[in-house]
Ligand binder design. Structure first.
Ligand SMILES: [Zn+2]
Length: 66
């Protein structure tokens, strides 16, 4: 059952498996921790893509032009 975390994150479980896994997740700290770890990866990748200069001062978002 613990193997379902990656499939759950990827959204490839069918409805029945999805529900069953969520029920399991409710009671399984191991899968909750794994889910958080897996769920953070795509978010971090997105942040890198969407905010390439977030930490650099080259182009401040608060422009004086308006
Ligand atoms: Zn589990």
């Amino acid at each position: 059952m613990h193997d379902g975390v990656a499939a759950y994150v990827l959204g490839v479980l069918d409805d029945e498996e999805h529900e069953a896994f969520e029920r399991h997740l409710d009671t399984c700290e191991r899968c909750q921790a794994e889910l958080i770890e897996l769920a953070e990866l795509p978010e971090e990748l997105d942040e890198l893509k969407n905010a390439p200069s977030a930490s650099s001062g080259d182009d401040p978002p608060m422009s004086m032009s308006r």
